[in-house]
Design a binder for this molecule. Structure first.
Ligand SMILES: [Zn+2]
Length: 243
């Protein structure tokens, strides 16, 4: 595609005409020196606004949970300014923050912090990004006749999606914004629009609610699926992704 991002079908909804190009990974997640060459797709005003709302919230919250170097500097250099402008969110994070000590793989004990996260907001952002990446890599136009659903999956639910990723024919992958966002995707070779993705932002760990046995699963990778809504199996797959 050329430079023009106006007057094309919006990649996110396929219903409205694009008003401008949208960065699939928002520049706000990325340090200034890594903002060059972030991919853009045509987007309509409404989708751009809806995605921006998610980004506005997540760019303030996600760096707290990030393990990638990009997140650490983002946290010290960019987040304070954002929180000053958003007092309500600042209070919510301060009230919900918990500190802990963690040792990974027998390594040195390190301080960590968890903050309350609206996980659904991150999944919704990943769904927008999946549409954008499917368009960029394969020219896929995933309109209303497709299900696009991202979720942080526990051990049991994850396996079928990993199997699908291994089986699917055309694979892509990438790292955007100096490694702030990493993804892999696989598309079925039958032209159906069936794709499966793994993606993570800052390598940040998202904790689940835990089960009755007191076990809690944590994930840094979300899985995303795109599939025709008309397929009977799509409903079953969506059920595994939480509906
Ligand atoms: Zn749109």
């Amino acid at each position: 595609m050329g430079k023009g991002y106006k007057g094309k079908p919006c990649v996110y909804c396929l219903e409205a005409e694009s008003a401008d190009g949208d960065h699939v990974l928002s520049r706000q997640f990325v340090l200034p020196e890594h903002r060059g060459n972030l991919p853009k797709v045509p987007a309509c005003k409404r989708c751009n606004n809806e995605k921006s709302k998610l980004e506005h919230y997540l760019t303030a919250v996600m760096p707290f949970g990030g393990r990638h170097g990009e997140a650490g500097r983002n946290l010290t250099e960019q987040v304070p300014g954002r929180l000053v402008k958003n007092e309500r969110l600042h209070r919510e994070l301060a009230d919900g923050a918990e500190r802990y000590l963690v040792s990974e793989n027998g390594g040195q004990w390190q301080h960590g912090m968890t903050v309350p996260l609206d996980g659904r907001a991150l999944e919704a952002l990943f769904e927008y990004m999946t549409r954008g990446l499917a368009f960029l890599h394969w020219g896929l136009a995933l309109g209303p006749e497709f299900a696009v659903r991202a979720a942080f999956l526990g051990e049991a639910a994850r396996r079928p999606f990993e199997d699908m990723m291994a089986k699917n024919a055309e694979k892509v992958g990438g790292s955007l914004g100096g490694g702030a966002f990493e993804y892999e995707g696989a598309m079925a070779g039958d032209g159906s629009g069936l794709t499966v993705w793994r993606m993570s932002l800052y390598g940040a760990v998202v904790a689940g609610d835990g089960d009755a046995a007191g076990r809690e699963e944590r994930c840094s990778v979300a899985h995303c699926l795109t599939a025709p809504l008309a397929w009977p199996v799509t409903k079953k797959l969506l059920g595994m992704l939480g509906g």
